[in-house]
Design a protein around this ligand. Structure first.
Ligand code: NAD
Length: 321
């Protein structure tokens, strides 16, 4: 059995490896070769924590296991990340525990890879302006990864807490991209690609602010009750997601589904585009929206690659069971 720490994951998994792992598993999900098991998420009534499991099996990639973890709001005061997770991988042939893999860094890179896969497959090739709504922990990973998908010339950004924007601006500077903090309406009017990655519970981006041809990746809404964009925008867009069942229940489409503005059949798994079974964007004027809800199979995919590379490079701790 291998133990692969967060630090080792950082050393062995780069953005390209995460992108490929996530793209492959989305394709496998759409072919029916991989499926997620029902998610468990509970308020445990202690330390204000939310705790749960995301699990699944990818027959094509041979990943079986679960991500265990959640949200501990008091961690910041202890110098720790609020989100904590660990991935457990099992041998699909024997059921034996194969690896324990730190999940904090992997969660961020697999979430960034998810929006990047959507940009690679759905955004207009001539997209020049990237709009960032959100400037927290995930946003920096999102920006680095998105910047590799198109020849962006500028980043425009808005955040609920403006004091968090300079840190995101620093990432843009490192990437050689001009960075401008703007109001949301201006962001919608300028951006060709928009990523929303906040913990909002209300519409932040309105239908009328978005240009024709925009691709928007909604990445923050991963729980019932959360919301980042106007349901009218969801209804106006061609819709894609990682997993339809999650999208309609806890993802960004939940509100438009509840009002009847959108039906389950209007939403296409991004894997169908990856596999060539759906054309994806069909015109330069179409608004495409990717609802990235975050599935356990993404975690298993990147953790499997991390465990393999760590073992090959002698960086994994080996423990006899
Ligand atoms: P964070 O705490 O570092 O940042 C939170 C962000 O949300 C900041 O930009 C903050 O300003 C903003 N925010 C807080 N309250 C807000 C409000 N009322 N209205 C608008 N914006 C508000 O968190 P993070 O790790 O960057 O995560 C951001 C979001 O992404 C969370 O909602 C998290 O659950 C979600 N997430 C999704 C996935 C996925 O796979 N889809 C994976 C990881 C995290």
């Amino acid at each position: 059995m291998l133990i692969v720490s967060d630090e080792v994951c950082k050393a062995v998994i780069d953005r390209k490896a995460a992108f490929t792992a996530v793209e492959n598993v989305f394709g496998a999900m759409a072919r029916g070769d991989a499926y997620n098991f029902p998610v468990i998420r509970e308020a445990i009534g202690y330390a204000d924590a939310l705790y749960g499991f995301k699990s699944g099996f990818d027959k094509a990639g041979k990943s079986l296991g679960l991500k265990s973890g959640g949200y501990w709001p008091g961690n910041v005061e202890k110098g720790l990340t609020n989100h904590q997770s660990t991935i457990f991988l099992f041998d699909p042939d024997t059921g034996q525990l194969a690896a324990l893999v730190g999940g904090n860094y992997l969660t961020a890179v697999r979430t960034a890879a998810s929006s990047s896969v959507s940009i690679a497959h759905l955004a207009r090739k001539n997209s020049k302006v990237l709009g960032m709504v959100g400037a927290g922990h995930q946003a920096q990973f999102q920006l680095r990864s998105a910047a590799e998908q198109r020849d962006f010339e500028k980043v425009v950004a808005w955040n609920f807490h403006p004091d968090m924007l300079p840190a995101l601006g620093k990432v843009a500077e490192e990437l050689g991209l001009p960075f401008e903090a703007v109001e949301r309406e201006q962001l919608g009017g300028e951006a060709d690609v928009i990523i929303t990655i906040t913990s909002a519970h209300d519409s932040l981006m309105m239908r009328d602010w978005i240009k024709p041809g925009t691709h928007i990746a909604c990445m923050g809404t991963d729980t019932k009750g959360k919301q980042e964009v106007d349901p009218a925008l969801v209804a106006a867009a061609t819709l894609f997601t990682d997993e339809v069942a999650q999208s309609i229940s806890l993802g960004e489409t939940q509100h438009a589904i509840a009002s009847g503005a959108v039906k389950e059949g209007d939403i296409t798994p991004i894997g169908a585009v990856i596999n060539g079974d759906h054309p994806g964007r069909t015109s330069e004027d179409e608004i495409t929206l990717f609802d990235g809800t975050g599935v356990g199979l993404q975690d298993l995919a990147v953790a499997s690659v991390a465990a393999k590379l760590a073992q090959e490079q002698g960086k994994a701790q080996v423990v006899e069971l």
